[in-house]
Design a protein around this ligand. Structure first.
Ligand SMILES: *Cc1c(COP(=O)(O)O)cnc(C)c1O
Length: 378
């Protein structure tokens, strides 16, 4: 077994995805699972498909390419506005993309024509969180400029909220999106198939909504993988919140004073903490640091507190019995901790394969050699 290790329970992810797909379909909303936090891992993609996903979304073309090359053949959506410099691969590796720039869509049209294929786009609308999207009063003119481009299908409109400023999705925002869809259809005589109302932060709105809007799609990552609604950091009822965990190993454990001694400047990261003397404590170091994970997103088990992190060391204090050298400590993760640990090549990833797909008990270290499903489950 290699450490630090990220354990990923595919059955729990399967349950969460299936649950959300079922609950939201009762509200006439389709779920497009977002794979970016797992770097488009084909094993996770397959779990999501088995749970009922009809399309997958990712923010990185590399991830969409990896899925395609691993045999994941359902339609794929690029959810970050394409770079002008990558339109050729966008055409090649995805069926649909979210867009907010005319110049990009023109280039997509040109590339799609050259490839003799059709590319679908969703026009993103700015609804106040001030990340991507066309300003609402500019949308009609925007559509007018792209409507006759060859090889481009305007599949719908969408929005993204609560990422930059935590601006909440609510009836008012979703009605603006709905009304815009109606106006676009009336103005241009087209019909918009997808009205995509946001990310995991829209789940509670969608589950509780009573009034009808035209929103019929959400792009969901965090809620599926962590069982959590990001806006209020609340768990979603019916979902597993422990599908992933991070385990690291203790490399030193000693009784030490709480106050450093010697003249003090800034620490290795330019920080200076103010301290108070709490006497002697039971201090342990685990082999995990800022090079591996966004430490502020980790939660230690009861009785253990994360005190400080440096590049390679996480300093803990335990209020109960001291940790011992070689002991393993398991942390829970928030979205940024999962994103960073999946992206770190120092963290070993263990996928607990879904029931029925397990060849042997236990999990397999899929850190470095997992480009095909067969390898992952080996
Ligand atoms: C990341 C992302 C999502 C998914 O966000 P979650 O909070 O993980 O559900 C949806 N849409 C866009 C545009 C994104 O960038």
């Amino acid at each position: 077994m290699n450490y630090p290790r990220l354990d990923i329970d595919c059955d729990k992810i399967h349950h969460n995805a299936q649950f959300l797909i079922a609950q939201l379909s009762l509200k006439n909303i389709s779920v497009t699972p977002v794979t970016k936090v797992f770097l488009g891992h084909p094993l996770i993609a397959q779990v999501l498909i088995d749970a009922g996903a009809k399309m997958l979304a990712d923010s990185r073309i590399e991830n969409l390419q990896k899925m395609t090359e691993s045999g994941i053949s359902i339609p794929k959506m690029l959810i970050r506005t394409p770079m002008l410099s990558q339109v050729a691969s966008v055409i090649k590796y995805c069926d649909m993309s979210l867009n907010s720039e005319i110049e990009v869509i023109q280039k997509l049209a040109y590339a799609a024509k050259q490839h003799n294929c059709q590319h679908e786009i969703i026009v993103m609308v700015e609804l106040g969180d001030l990340r991507e999207g066309v300003m609402p009063n500019r949308v009609i003119d925007f559509i007018r400029e792209i409507i006759s481009l060859p090889n481009i299908t305007i599949k719908g409109i969408g929005t993204n909220l609560a990422c930059r400023y935590g601006v909440a999705p609510d009836d008012q925002k979703m009605n603006i999106l709905s009304d815009l869809a109606d106006r676009i259809e009336a103005t241009f005589g087209i019909s918009l198939e997808i009205i995509s109302g946001g990310n995991s932060t829209s789940v509670n709105w969608a589950l509780q909504r009573t009034g009808l809007t035209r929103v019929n799609n959400l792009r969901i990552g965090e809620a599926i993988f962590l069982g959590c609604e990001p806006l209020e950091h609340e768990n979603i009822k019916g979902l597993h919140t422990d599908a992933v965990s991070l385990t690291a190993e203790v490399i030193e454990s000693k009784i030490k004073p709480t106050l450093p001694w010697g003249s003090r400047g800034l620490n290795a990261f330019g920080e200076k903490e103010s301290l108070q003397d709490r006497g002697e404590v039971s201090q342990a170091i685990v082999a995990l640091g800022r090079q591996d994970v966004c430490v502020s997103g980790l939660k230690a088990p009861n009785g253990i507190k994360i005190m400080t992190s440096t590049s390679d060391h996480l300093v803990l204090e335990s209020s109960q019995k001291p940790l011992f050298v070689g002991e393993k400590v398991t942390f829970s993760l928030d979205y940024s901790a999962l994103l960073s640990s999946m992206s770190s090549r120092y963290i070993h990833k263990y996928f607990k394969a879904p029931k029925g797909k397990r060849k042997e008990e236990g999990a397999h270290d899929a850190t470095n050699n997992c480009n095909s499903l067969r390898q992952c489950y080996a």
